[in-house]
Design a protein around this ligand. Structure first.
Ligand code: ADP
Ligand code: MG
Length: 676
């Protein structure tokens, strides 16, 4: 049996079962072997019956002394009851409607049973336990996420069969890497992922598999970078950027200037630029992007600037026009809401080369837009674009230079993984005169006080954002609870101001129209669920109040806070929590005293691991199976160092054919454009 064999080579897996497996993303034997259990039931250390902790999960080792007849409690509910004992006491064992499990228990035999124990009439009662006979007990049993048509038993026995069938799993990493980073072999990792001898083995196994996942991804990005270095791009060495700089209404910060220098030196080269500009909200990324557009223009090339929403596209259009039009650059807007006739006209202008900078939403990339000489592509807030959209746009030019702008500060170690094939420029300085947004963290008891603080800002003619409390992860409830929350606000001190609601269930158009009303000042208070449009600039909004602040990562809070403080005057952020545990207090304290996005991101990574950053919304990467929540800073830097070492030994990885195959598979599943 080979890892690449279809899952149907396993006994009992026909087409029908195979489709259940496919729902879990499992197509091959290898996929199955890398399917992580959700959790494990530990059968290793039973407690004596007299040491059972009521209302908790307990593991006991008891002999079954009696089994009663089935009792019909009511229609559709049958109770099966047994009694077990050890030298310290007796324990009732009950199953509901589960005759199958009950029948397997034999009187006189000893079992290990794991389940929740309640105290009932002063007797211990264990509910629907999992159990194994004591003689043949496996120490730890995996519990997999299941789907319809697939039982835990069936999945577990398929995994066993696959393990037996495949035999030893070939190692993909050279020994020196394994030794240096203290990793078990791949074979050991896979076996112990499913059938570990104890909890510690699971950890060792997961560390190895997470390491593989991250190192493979980083190798894939390095290979891509290598490949791209052979592409021809238009070299853009002409033009004097000073012309642009001296026409700006302000002086650039040192960080902005440094970024522009980095970009221009990339664009001079005849290999395509692939650069990410990271900068906090308000750090002035647009002026940097405009410098790149200006240079493309001076060299006779068009630039395409893609924004995730219509309102952002329009905002960029206004800014870029004000910077570039006076210099003779023709700036054009192309959006979905234009009439068919307007769009057609704009597209003709673009195709004829009469537009130099084209700004638009994704409609920009629809098939009917063709460019004249596309030399530069800029994507703003790029994680919000689908992989496909970016790919299509990249194909419009020959090998255009690419610039990606992101307002999500990401620690360096993580950026290497998430954007490993991009060069990174950081704008880590704010324009002068910007005031820090004052941040308060308060408990829900002070909600009224917080609202009157908001009211003060409104009375002064300013606007406010309020982020709704989060109800679990339940999209069904979202709209209802947000609506109720908005209603509730009407009965408070801010009830006399016009509010509008923004939530994730609205269409792009609906959202745009709410945002437009807010931007124009018609709406005073924007009540929103978690998603406030990224990057929207409403300088008159001076206060943001965030409910359930404890539910957000620090970086998310920082993003939200970035909605205010854009007008140059005083602004504030109120973080409300009804659940002020010590950990929550600490996080909110960090928010109050830190205003630099990169510092906050580092803290976030330290406190919560990489899960937040790897969340698909932020990264665009496929979800990790092993490296998700557990990835800590150390693992991140170890894997990037390891990838580096592998490439130093073998610049095209040809010395490590098995690793190379895995790396190619990663690129294939993600698509090249999906990797950045
Ligand atoms: P972001 O990085 O969030 O995209 P923007 O490019 O929208 O930030 O810039 C925010 C505001 O700051 C804009 O009004 C812009 O004109 C202004 N700005 C940018 N750079 C400077 C600077 N060096 N000095 C003063 N104002 C600046
Ligand atoms: Mg921006």
């Amino acid at each position: 049996m080979e890892l690449n064999d279809k899952i149907t080579v396993l006994k009992g897996i026909g087409e029908k079962r195979a489709s259940a497996y496919e729902k879990l993303g499992l197509k091959t034997v290898g996929d199955l072997l890398l399917y992580p259990p959700r959790t494990y039931t530990d059968f290793t250390s039973p407690v004596p019956v007299n040491e059972i902790v009521p209302e908790e999960q307990n593991l006991v080792r008891v002999r079954i002394i009696t089994k009663s007849n089935a009792q019909r409690i009511r229609r559709g509910l049958v109770l099966y009851k047994a009694v077990g004992e050890d030298s310290t006491g007796k324990l009732n064992i009950v199953f509901y409607n589960n005759r199958f499990s009950f029948d397997k228990l034999e009187v006189g035999m000893i079992y290990r049973l794991s389940g929740r124990v309640n105290l009932k009439n002063r007797h211990f009662e264990m509910n629907s336990p999992e159990f194994q006979s004591d003689e043949s007990a496996a120490p730890v049993i995996p519990r997999y996420p299941l789907t319809e048509g697939l039982t835990a038993q069936a999945l577990m026995s398929s995994v066993r069969e696959a393990l037996d069938g495949v035999g030893d799993i070939p190692e993909i990493l050279p020994d020196h890497i394994r030794f240096e980073y203290k990793l078990c072999t791949l074979d050991w990792a896979v076996k112990n992922l499913h059938f570990p001898k104890d909890a510690a083995s699971v950890e060792i196994s997961r560390k190895r598999l997470a390491f593989d996942e991250l190192v493979t991804l980083q190798c894939a990005m390095k290979l891509l970078r290598l490949k791209r270095s052979f592409d021809d791009a238009p070299s853009m060495g002409k033009g004097d950027i000073q012309t642009y700089l001296s026409s700006l209404p302000f002086e650039l910060t040192g960080a902005q200037q440094r970024c522009i220098n980095e970009i221009l030196s990339d664009m001079k080269k005849s290999t395509p630029m692939n650069r990410l500009v990271q900068g906090d909200v308000g750090s002035g990324k647009t002026a940097v992007a405009a410098a790149a557009c200006f240079t493309a223009y001076e060299n006779g090339y068009q630039s395409a600037f893609m924004a995730p929403t219509e309102i952002l596209a329009t905002q960029h259009f206004n800014t870029l026009s004000s910077f570039l039009t006076p210099l003779g650059v023709k700036v054009t807007l192309l959006t979905g809401s234009m009439t068919t006739k307007q769009k057609k006209e704009v597209r003709e202008v673009i195709a004829a080369g009469e537009a130099d900078v084209i700004i638009g939403t994704h409609s920009l990339i629809s098939d009917s837009t063709s460019f004249f000489r596309l030399g530069l592509i800029i994507t703003d807030e790029q994680h919000r674009f689908g992989v496909e959209q970016r790919k299509v746009l990249a194909q419009k030019g020959e090998h255009p230079h690419k610039l990606v702008m992101s307002a999500t500060p990401i620690p360096r170690t993580l950026a290497l993984i998430m954007y490993g094939d991009l060069d990174i420029s950081v704008i880590n300085e704010m324009p002068r005169g910007r005031q820090k947004t004052e941040t308060f963290a308060v408990t829900g008891k002070l909600r009224e006080r917080a609202l009157s603080y908001v009211e003060k800002e409104l009375a002064a003619g300013h606007q406010a954002y309020i982020v709704c409390p989060m109800i679990e992860q339940n999209p069904e409830m979202e709209v209802q609870s947000a609506t109720e929350y908005e209603q509730m606000l009407h009965n408070t001190v801010i009830g006399k101001y016009k509010t509008a609601l923004l939530h994730g269930r609205m269409s792009g158009e609906q959202k745009d129209s709410v945002m437009t009303a807010f931007k124009s000042g018609e709406v005073k208070v924007l009540v929103s669920t978690t998603v406030i449009e990224v990057g929207v600039d409403v300088p008159n909004a001076t206060i943001i109040m965030i409910e359930s602040a404890e539910r957000f990562g620090l970086s998310q809070l920082h993003q939200l806070r970035g909605r205010v403080g854009r007008g140059g005057g005083h602004s504030a952020c109120i973080l409300l929590t009804d659940n002020p545990t010590e950990e929550v207090r600490e996080r909110l304290r960090i928010m109050s005293k830190t205003s630099d996005g990169f510092d906050i991101a580092e803290e976030d990574l330290k406190m919560r691991g990489a899960g937040d950053f790897f969340g698909t919304r932020q990264s665009g990467l496929p979800p990790f199976k092993f490296a998700g929540l557990s990835a800590d800073t150390r693992l991140l830097s170890e894997t990037s160092a390891a990838a580096q070492q592998l490439f130093e030994k073998s610049p095209d990885l040809s010395e490590y054919p098995l690793l190379l195959r895995r790396v190619e598979a990663v690129t294939e599943t993600n698509g090249e454009e999906g990797m950045n």
